[in-house]
Design a protein around this ligand. Sequence first.
Ligand code: ADP
Length: 255
Amino acid sequence: HRATPDILSLRGIVLSFGGVRAIDGLDLEVRPGQIHGLIGPNGSGKTTTLNVISGYYRPETGSMMLGGHTLAAGRTTDRAAHGIARTFQTPRLIGEASVLENVMIGGTIEGRATFLEALLSLPRHRREERVMEQRARLALAAVGLDGVTEVRADRLQHSELRFMEIARALMQRPAFLLLDEPAAGLSAEEIRRLAALIRAVSAGGTGVLLVEHHADLIFDICDHVTVLNLGRILAAGTPGEIRVHKEVVSAYLGA
Ligand code: ADP
């Protein structure tokens, strides 16, 4: 398909596991500065979509583009160069390393095949290390974790680990940020902080693709919402449109 500068776009993505079509002809666009919510019942293809964008899976058909460049399917290694960062449903950490070190890994992890490889390739040059440390400290301050930079990561609470994951992604100064259920396990107050953080990130021009079960958060902060069901788009529109969409309400929101 034709490239539109600076927009992350997926066209006609199909991906099956065994006989199951996890994604069945998906078109999706995320614009700079947009908060795009991706919702749907369990098994509807949300995480698989993030994994396709991140290059973990190679779709059978379809294409992905960003700013006029084709994103290679099934390759994670060029995502950092394209400015795409993500978080995972289960925070990834090195328990015995400090919070700061865990975030500094974000400067290299997306360009590496594995977490271990990223760890091994932490900068060996002091100047580079100072720059990365500075960026990591800024990212930690942005997520409200500047008070625990030297604490071992395995001492953090679940909610702090979720924010640490986001700091690691922000450390890359991404053009696009993919968030996989960032509100899972957070308190109402922590979700309010998360909402403010995501708004601030998008206000800085970063496009956010937000996979989330927490409907209130989605409707509160998203500019655009795509609802998946069985790997296909059931509905797409503004939060106001999705809230009252008949099929969405009966199939998913259960009201
Ligand atoms: P969601 O994130 O919306 O809950 P997923 O993207 O995880 O949905 O899953 C979509 C479909 O693909 C489901 O039917 C799921 O069972 C299947 N699936 C996802 N990942 C795998 C995998 N690694 N192997 C086999 N099937 C998978």
